[in-house]
Design a protein around this ligand. Sequence first.
Ligand SMILES: Cc1cc2nc3c(=O)[nH]c(=O)nc-3n(C[C@H](O)[C@H](O)[C@H](O)COP(=O)(O)OP(=O)(O)OC[C@H]3O[C@@H](n4cnc5c(N)ncnc54)[C@H](O)[C@@H]3O)c2cc1C
Length: 368
Amino acid sequence: MKDVLIIGGGVICTFIAYELSKTHANIVLLEKERQLGQVQTKHNSALIHSPVMVPPSKGVLKARFAKEGNEMYQSLVETLHIPHLKNGAYVLALDEDDMNELNDMLKEAKQRKIPAHFVSIDVVKQTEKYVSNQVIGALALPTAMTADTTVLCQTLAQKTKEHGAKVLTNRCVCDIHVADDGFTVYTKDGSMIKTKQIINAAGIHADDIAAMVETRVPYQIKPQKGEYMVLPASHQGMIKHTLFPVPKQNTKGILAIPQPDGTIRLGPTNTPQKSKNEALVTSAGMAKIKTSLNQMIHHLPYDQVVQTYAGLRSSLDDDDFFIERSKEYPNFIHVAGIDSPGVTAAPAIAKHVINMLLNQNTAIKKTR
Ligand SMILES: Cc1cc2nc3c(=O)[nH]c(=O)nc-3n(C[C@H](O)[C@H](O)[C@H](O)COP(=O)(O)OP(=O)(O)OC[C@H]3O[C@@H](n4cnc5c(N)ncnc54)[C@H](O)[C@@H]3O)c2cc1C
């Protein structure tokens, strides 16, 4: 009998498993794919966002965990040896309305004690030669960075295993039975594991997993597709900072995002879609990326794009993350609706979930 079984092997689950493996708990993580972190955690911008981009109006938990997570990553990427690029971000203003928005963002940043400052167009142009003539100034966000999310998940899993816990891939959970002393979890390969507690962080499929246990699932995942194109590492240095437009309504906009390996990701779009099983790149998506970026940046070599891809955000109707115990079965914890900024928030979400477990379960004790 396991103390805790974690469903999913993205950045959220691997951080939770890593933190939990520092306790006395007997744990196992189950991931349906052959490798960890290959679904939402890979098909994204790989940005550790400045919390300025995640105001409390977008969700109280999102804002809190983005701030805590961003602070934790500043040293974590070095102690865990994760390839990263501490390059900061610029939010670019194209007109006076944008400048007013940046002013409001700066005020909020000061209130929340988040590093941010204005930079003139002359300063922007010293490093960003290709910004368009429409750009009139920028808000600098020095704590934004990018990190290799695949290496991150693999490293966390490796450390989890070194602490004696099990991390199993190719294990697709297909059914869960409720028992008096916990749950029995069945996987497609025919195995069965008994556990006292379950953490459900199955990303886009969190509601499908929840439906195996709950009479009424308290949320529904509504996938939002984000498409990208990628410039090769031969263009490393063409763009130094992550370049954002001023965020509008529900999205952070379409960005240029330099990566630790020298490539530059361009995107993402944001379109609702029904299917959870495909994330297709479309010509409309590619056109949207070009039109948006051309306002901010000149001479992007679209003819040299080496890769395109799309990811599905595991979004809910409610803007915020859903991190709660099941009301029906309190030993089942939902960590759902973890769309952006889930990578940024992951280490802080993990600490929060561990505290939920430590406060409730006498079998789980802190060791380190
Ligand atoms: C387009 C896009 C851009 C984004 N950009 C950023 C960004 O720049 N910065 C940021 O902080 N966040 C960003 N995000 C959000 C971030 O990627 C997610 O919040 C984060 O990856 C969520 O991690 P997760 O572990 O919950 O989900 P996932 O990475 O999807 O992991 C869930 C795992 O569960 C597994 N699973 C599902 N069903 C089962 C089953 N039945 N049995 C076993 N395993 C199962 C899946 O295979 C998967 O590996 C972006 C997301 C998208 C889509």
